[in-house]
Design a binder for this molecule. Structure first.
Ligand SMILES: C[S@@+](CC[C@H](N)C(=O)[O-])C[C@H]1O[C@@H](n2cnc3c(N)ncnc32)[C@H](O)[C@@H]1O
Length: 376
C-alpha cells in the first residue's frame, strides 16, 4: 500500500485532512491527562528526557499535531509546578514510502521553539513491527491509522533501467487483506446485491479476525517498547455498535460502492474489482475493549466514542469536500490496483454522493474511537 497522497498540492493529504485534524483535536484532553500522569508519577523529579512517538504520522500539518499537544502539556506542567522541563525526543513514524520530505521540513519549525528542548527524528517502518528499543518510550500516540491492516514487505527486482543500485530493488507492499478471502478468491464486496448480503457476515468476520490479530500484535510490540507506566493514546475510525445497520457495515463501503458502480458500468474491469480488498477494518468500542483486555499488557484509562461528523465539523463533509478528502487517502491504493481511474472515480462519486441523504446515512454508521491506555 502506498501512503496518502504526497506533497502539498491540491490533491495532497496535507491539503485535504481536516476531518482527521478535527479528530486529533478531540484527543487533546487524553494526551494532556497522559502527560500529567507521566510527570506526576515521577514524584519530585521529572525524568531528564521524555520520549514521545506518533505512529502513522503521514505528512502535512497533521503530522505534528499530536506531538505538539504533548510538548505544550509538558511545558504547562513544568511552569505550573516550577520544575525544570525535560528534554523531549520526538519520533515520527509512518510507512517507508511516506512523504518524509514534507515531514522533515515541518520538523525544523518545531525544533526552533526551544522550550523544552526538542530533538526530532523520523522512523520509517510498519507499526506492526518493532520500531524502538525495549523500554525506551514514555508516550505513544496514533491518530486515524490503526484501522489500516498489516502489510508485509515484498521485494522484487525491477527490470527497468536503473541509475543506481538503490533503484534496483523495488519495494512494494502486498496488501494483507484477510487470507481466507484472498486464497478463496472471494470478492470482499460483490456487485450482486443478493450475493453480497449472503456473504457479508462471513466477510466481516474474516476482517474482524485479521484486525484482532493485527491489533494484538501492535499492543504486544508497544508494550515491549514503552517504559513501565508508559502511556498510549490512540484514535481510530470504527463503527457505532448499536443497531444492526452499523454492525453489518464495512467502514470502506462508501469508497468501494463507487468502484462497484464503475465496475457495473464497465469503466473498470469486473475481475479486477472482484480481486480488490481494502486493507482496512473499523471495529466497535466493544471489540477494541475485548482485544485490549485479552492481550493484557495495558489498562484502559478512558475510552471515548464520537460521531464521525459532529455538529461543529459537519461543514467538513459536504459531498465535494468529502470527495477530495477521500481522494487524498485512497488515490494511491486505487491507482495501484486499477490504474489511472481517479477522474472517473471523482465523477462517479459526485453523482452518487450528491443524491440527497446518501452520504449522511453512510457516515452516521461510522464513529471515531479514542482510547487512552497505561502499560500494566
Ligand atoms: C489517514 S493517515 C493519518 C495521518 C495522521 N495521523 C492524521 O491523523 O492525520 C493514516 C496513516 O497511517 C499510515 N499507516 C498505515 N499503515 C501503517 C503501518 N502499518 N505502519 C505505519 N504507518 C501506517 C499511512 O501510511 C498513513 O500515512
Amino acid at each position: 500500500m502506498e501512503p496518502m497522497n504526497h506533497g502539498e498540492g491540491d490533491t495532497s493529504y496535507a491539503r485535504n485532512s481536516s476531518i482527521q485534524n478535527a479528530q486529533q483535536r478531540r484527543m487533546r484532553p487524553l494526551i494532556e491527562a497522559a502527560i500529567i500522569d507521566l510527570c506526576a508519577s515521577t514524584s519530585t523529579l521529572l525524568p531528564r528526557n521524555m520520549v514521545i512517538a506518533d505512529l502513522g504520522c503521514s505528512s502535512g500539518p497533521n503530522a505534528l499535531v499530536l506531538v505538539s499537544i504533548a510538548i505544550k502539556a509538558i511545558n504547562s506542567y513544568c511552569i505550573q509546578f516550577q520544575r525544570k522541563p525535560p528534554e523531549v525526543c520526538i519520533f515520527l513514524n509512518d510507512l517507508p514510502n511516506n512523504d518524509f520530505n514534507t515531514v522533515v521540513k515541518s520538523l525544523v519549525t518545531l525544533r526552533k521553539s526551544n522550550e523544552p528542548i526538542v530533538v526530532a527524528n523520523v522512523t520509517p517502518g510498519s507499526f506492526y513491527e518493532r520500531l524502538f528499543a525495549s523500554g525506551s518510550l514514555h508516550l505513544v500516540c496514533s491518530s486515524s491509522s490503526l484501522h489500516w491492516l498489516s502489510k508485509v514487505w515484498h521485494f522484487h527486482y525491477s527490470n527497468r533501467p536503473f541509475a543506481s543500485l538503490v533503484n534496483y530493488v523495488v519495494e512494494t507492499f502486498i496488501l494483507q487483506a484477510p487470507e481466507i478471502l484472498r486464497r478463496g478468491h472471494i470478492p470482499a464486496y460483490n456487485t450482486d446485491e443478493h450475493a453480497r448480503r449472503e456473504m457479508l457476515p462471513m466477510i466481516l468476520e474474516a476482517y474482524a479476525q485479521q484486525f484482532k490479530n493485527d491489533f494484538t500484535c501492535f499492543l504486544n510490540l508497544r508494550a515491549k517498547e514503552l517504559l513501565p507506566g508508559g502511556q498510549m493514546v490512540i484514535s481510530i475510525t470504527g463503527r457505532h455498535s448499536n443497531g444492526i445497520a452499523s454492525k453489518l457495515f464495512h467502514i470502506w463501503e462508501p469508497i468501494v460502492q463507487i468502484l462497484s458502480v464503475m465496475a457495473l458500468e464497465g469503466v473498470i474491469d469486473k475481475s479486477k474489482f472482484d480481486s480488490f480488498y481494502m486493507p482496512m477494518y473499523g471495529p466497535s468500542s466493544e471489540e477494541i475493549r475485548e482485544i485490549i483486555q485479552e492481550e493484557g499488557s495495558f489498562f484502559i484509562k478512558e475510552m471515548v466514542v464520537h460521531d464521525y461528523t459532529s455538529d461543529e465539523d459537519s461543514a467538513l463533509v459536504t459531498p465535494n469536500r468529502f470527495m477530495h478528502q477521500m481522494r487524498a487517502v485512497f488515490e494511491p491504493i486505487i491507482v495501484q490496483h486499477f490504474g489511472e481511474v481517479m477522474e472517473e472515480f471523482m465523477r462517479t462519486a459526485e453523482r452518487r454522493w450528491s443524491l440527497d441523504g446518501i452520504l449522511r446515512d453512510q457516515l452516521a454508521r461510522l464513529a471515531w474511537l479514542s482510547v487512552s491506555l497505561t502499560k500494566a
